[in-house]
Design a protein. Structure first.
Length: 204
């Protein structure tokens, strides 16, 4: 049976063989590995912190949160939609044929938050205590969506809040694309999180 080996694995195997091979005189040959050890790191102004979704060899992993304390956790995320003023008026007046755009988008966002662990590969499936989504009209052509997720557990709900607000925004686009394909979804971002070892974060 023919065995197929990925190039990276083949290179790693070759490197190890060569490094362990001895010269005819009995001495060890010294080679530097063509694949240096990959240790992803994140640097910021506050601390030197490793990316936790990679192990020491660079392989992906789901972070072990078994040792963490159970705490109340909250995350709030937002997104901004820009559209034609006529389109926003149709949404507010509930004149689109698909129905109440904001209510459909709200339900879509809440449903998406509950499925975050299935959508994002290394996210932990969480039992959510609450998810809420609000829509705020900021101008004649701009809507800001804000999603808040809460849980009592060992890991945070940032991804749930971000997923909720993203899917809510995409649902708005789907609902209005028949009349406005120039809708822009932007500024998807975490606004606030609390709970857990990393403490309280608020975007400034």
């Amino acid at each position: 049976m023919t065995r197929f080996v990925r190039p990276a694995l083949r290179a790693a195997a070759f490197s190890e063989r060569e490094m362990n091979r001895r010269t005819p005189s009995g001495g060890e040959r010294r080679y530097s590995s063509p694949l240096p050890r990959f240790r992803p790191r994140l640097y910021n102004s506050r601390m030197d912190q490793e990316l936790t979704h990679f192990d020491q060899s660079g392989a992906s992993r789901m972070v072990d949160v078994g040792y963490k304390n159970v705490t109340e956790r909250m995350a709030r995320a937002s997104a901004c939609l820009t559209m034609r003023p006529q389109t926003l008026k149709l949404i507010i007046d509930k004149q689109l044929s698909k129905g109440d755009v904001f209510e459909v988008a709200r339900l879509a966002g809440i449903m998406a938050a509950k499925r975050t662990g299935e959508l994002i590969p290394l996210c932990h499936p969480l039992g959510l205590d609450a998810v809420s989504i609000e829509f705020r009209v900021e101008s004649s052509s701009t809507v800001r969506i804000e999603a808040t997720a809460k849980t009592t557990g060992k890991t945070g709900v940032e991804m749930e809040a971000l997923t909720a607000v993203t899917i809510a925004a995409l649902t708005v686009y789907d609902m209005v694309k028949a009349v406005d394909r120039e809708v822009v979804i932007e500024q998807v971002q975490l606004e606030e999180k609390s709970g857990g070892k990393s403490g309280h974060f608020v975007r400034t």
